[in-house]
Design a protein around this ligand. Structure first.
Ligand code: ADP
Ligand code: MG
Length: 557
């Protein structure tokens, strides 16, 4: 069948792949194992609808074999295999994911376990190998084919023979260089380590021959022997004991699940045994997804029933104000047909959602208390969503959220909580003061802040439009009402602020003149003693601050 060239774009992409997409070479193994697992999953899904096919869990496995002499590493699976066309299509075109097509063609809604979707993982093999040989026999076929490639210049495809259905991938490792030692990928401990790190929860056994030693009964000496062993634990991470898991395990899971390209800022692992039993693994991302505040962003958690995924994005599990949370819920108390009869299980879902809401809040409060720096990082990314949460649904969630809010403080020159603000209030201070503006700098220069600041009162700076809306929904915090520094009555008992009649009459003509000139723009012009270094300031008439009026006026009718 001769030699074929990669498509031109593929060639360039392949070079890019091999040299720069992955920061660590070791992930090649993760990618090949994921593909093997996907291939087995496909038989599993086929068996669900095909009566002639039964799926015996024990028949399916992935195997890793290292040959130190030949310097080859072989990854075998008993999965669905590939036909000649599929080898060509899936491995001959980069960014072509047969797995993604499989999911679409077979309308597998719950096929989330199939990991592949981007169609690039396979080529990671070229980070460590000069030659990659794939021998595959597809399910239902007697024929096998061999695909082989030395990297960027193309591949060959020819008939081959293979006893059983599945795929066998052989990597001829690159020669060692001064900087790189590829031999490590032939070492038992190293291979085990990589599998543990990336592929521990692959649902099928990953087998490898490992060296063991035992005491010889006759000679009393230890002798080495080889034995095939399953090196992954297969149990999903969320079903494991927290004490067995490290931060790294959680991070790897987060990445493997493609919850984000960042690291999780915090993970929440729950095992709840109440009226409804469930396990949950939740993550607060470190960075805000680029589309977070857009229409495209879709909140939701994965919903599993006893380890089987039944819904990819269950929005009902997570309230809008925590829509940034990623992760999954697994409950034995939900039956499998839930995806079709969601309403029947509404009550269970609601219970779980309510519980999760509470747990997330608790964890955020803990984070605020234990690691303020991290909490602030979180707040920079998602604080706006919390403020929307206070405002939305007519304030239904304000009590849940009020203690999670942070605002910049004039006094502390950093973000503070409302509780911190109130705890510092002098006894004679009646209100929680705030000032609105485009930036901290701009607010600093507002004449309106002077009197309040002079009194030694702290001012919260509101730089986002939502701030004032949220605070108005809150109305008060610990019985202290919020007050804009631009409101007419600041509630400050200061003799200074009272203007004498004498003074007012003295400037009466001037004020009348100004009022006339500014007719329609201001309601009144009067003498004020709240100013310190500024000649004039605007105050709001009534409850709405000037900034808020701007926002409201800008709203579409
Ligand atoms: P992805 O896994 O994201 O789809 P890959 O580059 O890893 O992309 O693989 C490309 C395609 O090749 C897969 O989607 C799948 O159709 C096919 N493939 C790769 N490895 C195997 C395998 N071991 N068994 C069957 N098909 C495979
Ligand atoms: Mg893949």
């Amino acid at each position: 069948m001769g030699k074929r060239k990669f498509k031109a774009e593929s060639k360039r992409l392949l070079e890019l792949m091999i040299n720069s997409i992955y920061s660590q070479r070791e992930v090649f193994l993760r990618e090949l194992i994921s593909n093997a697992s996907d291939a087995i999953d496909k038989i599993y899904y086929k068996a669900l609808t095909d009566e002639n096919l039964t799926f015996n869990q024990s028949d399916y496995y992935i195997k890793i074999e290292a040959d130190k002499e030949a310097r080859t590493l072989k990854i075998t699976d008993t999965g669905i295999g590939m036909t000649q066309e599929e080898l060509e299509k899936n491995l001959g075109t980069i960014a072509k994911s047969g797995s993604l097509s499989f999911k679409n063609e077979n309308e597998i809604k719950d096929g989330h376990d199939i990991i592949g979707q981007f169609g690039v993982g396979f080529y990671a093999a070229f980070m460590v190998a000069d030659v990659v040989t794939v021998v595959s026999r597809a399910l239902g076929s007697e024929k096998a084919f061999k695909w082989e490639s030395k990297g960027t210049d193309g591949y060959t495809l020819e008939a081959a023979s293979k006893d059983s259905v599945g795929t066998e991938i052989t990597l001829k490792l690159k020669a060692n260089t001064e900087d790189e030692n590829y031999d490590e990928y032939l070492e038992e401990y190293r291979l085990k380590e990589i599998v543990k790190k990336y592929s521990d929860f692959i649902r099928y056994p990953i087998k490898m021959e490992v060296t063991k030693s035992k005491k010889d009964d006759d000679s009393d000496e230890y002798i080495d022997y080889k034995e095939e062993e399953t090196i992954n634990s297969m149990v999903p991470i969320w079903k494991k004991n927290k004490s067995e898991l490290s931060d790294e395990d959680y991070e790897n899971f987060y990445r493997e699940k493609r919850y984000g390209f960042d690291k999780p800022l915090k993970h929440i692992h729950l095992s709840v045994d109440g009226t409804i039993r469930y396990n949950a693994l939740l993550f607060i991302p470190e960075n805000r997804p680029f589309d977070y505040y857009s229409q495209d962003y879709e909140k939701g958690l994965e919903l599993y029933s006893n380890g089987v995924l039944i819904m990819e994005k269950c929005g009902d599990l997570i309230p809008d104000h925590f829509s940034f949370v990623k992760g999954l819920v697994d409950s034995e108390d939900l039956s499998l047909n839930i995806s079709r009869e969601m309403l029947q299980h509404d009550r269970q879902l609601k219970l779980i959602a309510k519980n999760i809401n509470k747990k997330i809040k608790q964890q955020l409060i803990n984070l605020q208390r234990d690691d303020r720096e991290k909490y602030e990082k979180f707040f920079q990314a998602f604080g706006r969503q919390l403020k929307f949460g206070v405002y939305n649904e007519f304030g239904a969630n304000k009590d849940t959220l009020k203690d999670l809010l942070l605002f910049y403080s004039s006094k502390e020159k950093k973000l503070v909580t409302l509780a911190e603000y109130v705890s510092r209030m002098p006894e004679d201070q009646k209100y929680i003061y705030y000032a609105t503006g485009d930036s901290i700098d701009r607010i600093d220069k507002l004449p309106q802040t002077e009197l309040v600041a002079d009194k030694g009162y702290e001012i919260l700076y509101f730089t986002e439009e939502i701030d004032e809306f949220a605070i108005r929904m809150l109305m008060s915090y610990e019985e202290k009402e919020f007050k804009s520094v631009s409101s007419q009555d600041l509630g400050i008992d200061s003799e200074d602020d009272k203007t004498t009649e004498e003074e007012t009459t003295e400037y009466k003509e001037l004020f009348e003149y100004m009022k006339e000139k500014l007719a329609g723009k201001v309601k009144e012009v009067r003498l004020s003693k709240r100013l310190r270094s500024h000649p004039v300031c605007l105050t709001a008439d009534g409850e709405i601050s000037i900034e808020m009026e701007k926002v409201i006026n800008a709203m579409p009718d």
